[in-house]
Design a protein around this ligand. Structure first.
Ligand code: LLP
Length: 404
């Protein structure tokens, strides 16, 4: 934690000053954390020299995407909107991949027109649609096939994607069939095998199993894929007790895979690039005490950050000013929304805090603002980028007259 003289700082700016200047609730991102995360990610996989396509769904802010572009990453998009914002951030089409089970014909046409690197198809019917577009425009289109490897990613059930009961991808048999069917196609060029088994993965074992399944497809088909897209999913440490993904083991597994199969690796990380670089500053509106616990009622709610309500996810909540006095009593941090699940965190003790104090909900850079809504007709928060001592609004706070 970054406290200076008892005050919480994001780079060189205190949370208190940000709150004073921009109000609360506010999403705040650290420029240097994003930069460091990218540098570290590249370092960890340096020896395999992958194409790293940032998963735009985790944070679709134009300014953040411009940073991502500046530091050399491409983009993984799942809708026309994400593709548009990635292009607006000047990410080159040849570094963009498009995934998703339900790409519409309009989205496919748009992506093809923009000449992106590849479309990762998730069903045979999708390939048929791509083929129709290709025939009409007399083009051969590069695609990837997304494998559903039936692997348990050992993560939150709601964010697992690689089990056979999940809607994602094609099973091994279907992939083998499609590879034969489109081998000599004039319109479809299968250049990639892609896979993504889930998010917030903290063990290398599911990845090991995933690579095994990818390998099986290659062995059985004897097909030469130019790219192998391994998706994202690398977990972060939301809580100290959570284990850290062993990147060096994962890297080794990939190296050994590449020693048998010559291909360019693509990654689609989201959370591991921006997750720990985001903070949600919130003010305590009321403290409501009962015998068993203190409800700390914040001005942030599940419409601002839905992960705890939706997935039971835990985000640390730290005070903006240290008081040095501990209260041994249950504290339940909640929002003002009329839903019992509008609850962020329960802890068994907390420092003495008061109404109007600020707290910081940590690690909200990924799947935070992108999942926000106007539920209860609440406006969406402002987004601020901090770089050393400078602060910049990168999305204005929504105004009530924009939604009412
Ligand atoms: N590639 C594909 C095909 C994906 O579906 C995803 C995430 C990613 C890459 C990026 O995964 P990451 O590196 O960020 O784990 N809203 C949930 C997470 C949903 C993830 C969906 N897919 C959450 O807040 O935990």
């Amino acid at each position: 934690m970054r406290y200076k003289k008892g005050h919480f700082y994001i780079e060189n700016v205190s949370a208190k000053n940000i709150a004073r200047q921009f109000g609360t609730p506010s999403y705040v991102y650290s420029y240097s954390k994003i930069k460091d995360n990218i540098i570290n990610f590249k370092k960890k996989f340096k020896t395999i020299n992958p194409l790293i396509c940032f998963s735009v769904k985790s944070n679709a802010n134009l300014h953040i995407l411009s940073l991502i572009n500046k530091f050399g990453l491409g983009a993984d998009v799942v809708s026309k909107g994400e593709l548009l914002v990635a292009l607006k951030a000047k990410i080159k089409p040849e570094k963009i991949v498009f995934s998703g089970v339900g790409k519409t014909v309009e989205e496919l046409k748009f992506a093809i027109n923009k000449k992106i690197l590849l479309i990762n198809a998730e069903s045979e019917n999708e390939i048929i649609e791509i083929e129709k577009i290709a025939k009409k425009s007399k083009k051969k289109i590069n695609i990837g096939l997304r494998l559903n490897p039936d692997i348990d990613a050992k993560t939150l059930k709601k964010i697992s994607t690689g089990k056979k009961e999940n809607k994602f991808g094609l099973n091994g048999k279907e992939i083998l069939k499609i590879l034969i069917k489109y081998k000599n196609s004039k319109f479809i060029n299968i250049i990639c095998l892609s896979v993504h088994i889930g998010s917030q993965i903290t063990s290398h074992i599911p990845y090991k199993n995933m690579l095994k399944e990818v390998n099986k497809i290659i062995q059985k088909s004897k097909y030469k894929f130019e790219y192998i897209d391994l998706g994202g999913g690398m977990g972060i440490q939301y809580e100290k007790k959570l284990r850290k993904l062993n990147y060096s083991k994962y890297n080794k597994l990939i190296k050994s895979f590449l020693s048998k199969n010559n291909a360019k690796i693509i990654f689609e990380p989201g959370r591991s690039i921006v997750g720990n670089a985001g903070y949600l500053i919130s003010k305590i509106t009321y403290i409501k005490k009962n015998n068993s616990k203190n409800f700390v009622i914040l001005d942030a709610a599940m419409n601002d950050l839905i992960r705890p309500a939706l997935y039971g996810a835990k985000h640390k909540i730290v005070p903006s000013k240290l008081s040095g006095v501990k209260i041994i009593k249950k504290h339940e941090f909640v929002g003002p929304i009329c839903e019992t699940t509008d609850k962020f965190l329960t802890v068994s003790k907390y420092q003495k805090i008061y109404q109007r104090d600020m707290v910081i909900i940590c690690d909200v850079g990924a799947y935070g603002m992108v999942l926000s809504s106007n539920y209860n007709l609440r406006t969406k928060p402002v987004e601020i980028l901090v770089n050393k001592s400078s602060t910049k609004i990168i999305t204005k706070r929504q105004k009530l007259n924009e939604i009412t």
